[in-house]
Design a protein around this ligand. Structure first.
Ligand SMILES: Nc1ncnc2c1ncn2[C@@H]1O[C@H](COP(=O)(O)OP(=O)(O)O)[C@@H](O)[C@H]1O
Ligand SMILES: [Mg+2]
Length: 374
């Protein structure tokens, strides 16, 4: 059997800003193909002394299974490999490794065997850049500040997320674990991670039907409300919310009323739609999507069933061009700041130069703290 180091070069933890309940996640290089992956390894604390398989262990089989069923969806993170690891250190540096690659059935069937030996399950996932993680982007770094996505981007994100739920619900899968740390956004394309707490429902079980409505509710409350307001629906600051499957299902249960007071210019039709989702009034994702398209048409989007005036369509194109430049400008500001910062810590520079570089770093940071897009 190969050693971990033969297959993966393990670099560092990449989850420190938003720890999960089930796993630690590491940046690693898959030596077989030469690309970076996110190595999601079950926390050793979920192993049991008697080889019993805890539900946290089974959650890895559940996640691998659901990721495979949704593999053709462009917005769902890709599963690249799965297997078991003999090493139980928090930061694994070596030890035997059994890789099943994309043979999820083999991975699931071998679970009792490897659990009995005290090995841990791992998944290797497409590595998504932390700088696109929405919690990382939107968490304010000074009291009283907040960021929201521009409506154009928020609508694009909402439509893509709704497409994931449509593809999932057709297969009787519900996501449930809606929170910003599970969402990656680069301005145009969405990726979501973490299907540990998601569920494959039984289509013949009537009481499972409530979960579709809950999935739409969790999308409106847990993702769309914060991206359009910069606020947590839980009335706390935006912060990570680690939790298991029970927490995921209970997290937003009592939130049926959304307060948009802080964003008076937000589209009325959009507020109404999110409020209807929060109030558990939307049973089917198809209904949500067609209502969302109607809202988007008010923002200059084109859909066959909804009228958009040519002027709105043109204004939208121009706004998109402006947003692209804003993103480019902010990326340039960050690059400039990093250049100043790196120069400032070089050995052997004069005090005069260091003081000037630090002044520039601070001035650019002040600008970035007032940026337009998260
Ligand atoms: N594919 C990925 N690419 C980059 N970072 C990831 C990826 N998957 C997870 N992470 C990081 O690890 C953290 C925990 O991962 P998650 O899948 O949510 O674990 P858990 O099931 O324990 O909640 C995430 O919040 C994120 O910071
Ligand atoms: Mg998680």
């Amino acid at each position: 059997m190969p050693n971990l180091v033969d297959i993966y070069r393990v670099d560092n933890f990449n989850d420190t800003f938003a720890l999960g309940h089930y796993a630690r996640v590491l940046d690693a290089l898959d030596r077989r193909v030469g690309h970076l992956v996110a190595l999601k390894v079950m926390r050793a604390e979920h192993l049991s002394a008697d080889g019993d398989i805890r539900w946290e262990y089974r959650a890895f089989a559940n996640e691998a299974d659901l990721l495979t069923k949704l593999a053709d969806n462009p917005y769902v993170v890709d599963l690249l490999d799965c297997g078991y690891l003999s090493n139980t250190q928090e930061f694994p540096t070596d030890g035997e490794l059994k890789t099943f690659q994309r043979d999820v059935l083999g991975f699931v069937q071998a679970m009792p065997d490897y659990a009995g030996r005290g090995w841990r399950p791992y998944l290797a996932l497409q590595n998504l850049p932390r700088t696109n993680n929405l919690l990382y982007l939107m968490k304010p770094n000074q009291a009283g500040s907040r960021w929201r996505l521009p409506s154009e981007e928020g609508l694009a994100l909402a439509l893509q997320f709704a497409e994931i739920l449509r593809a999932a619900h057709i297969k009787h899968i519900v996501y449930l674990d809606h929170k910003l740390e599970h969402v990656y956004w680069d301005g145009t394309q969405l990726h979501i991670i973490d299907f540990n707490s998601s569920r494959q429902l039984d289509p013949h079980n009537g009481s499972d039907r409530q979960f579709y409505r809950m999935d739409i509710h969790n999308l409106c409350v847990g993702i769309l409300y914060p991206i359009f307001t910069g606020l947590s629906p839980l009335k706390t600051t935006l912060r990570p919310q680690p939790g298991n499957i029970t927490d995921a299902e209970a997290r937003y249960r009592d939130i049926t009323q959304l307060d948009f007071g802080i964003e008076p210019t937000l589209s009325g039709a959009l507020k109404e739609l999110l409020q209807a989702g929060a109030a558990m009034e939307i049973d089917h994702i198809e209904d949500f999507i067609s209502a969302l398209q109607q809202v988007a048409s008010l923002h200059g989007w084109d859909f066959p069933q909804h009228y958009t005036s040519p002027a709105s369509r043109d204004a939208r194109s121009q706004m998109r061009a402006g947003l692209t430049r804003l993103r480019r400008g902010q990326a340039d500001l960050r690059e400039a700041r990093d250049l100043f910062r790196e120069a400032a810590i070089q050995d052997g520079i004069t005090e005069d130069l260091e003081a000037e570089l630090r002044r520039l770093v601070k001035a650019v940071n002040d600008m970035l703290n007032n940026r337009v897009i998260p």
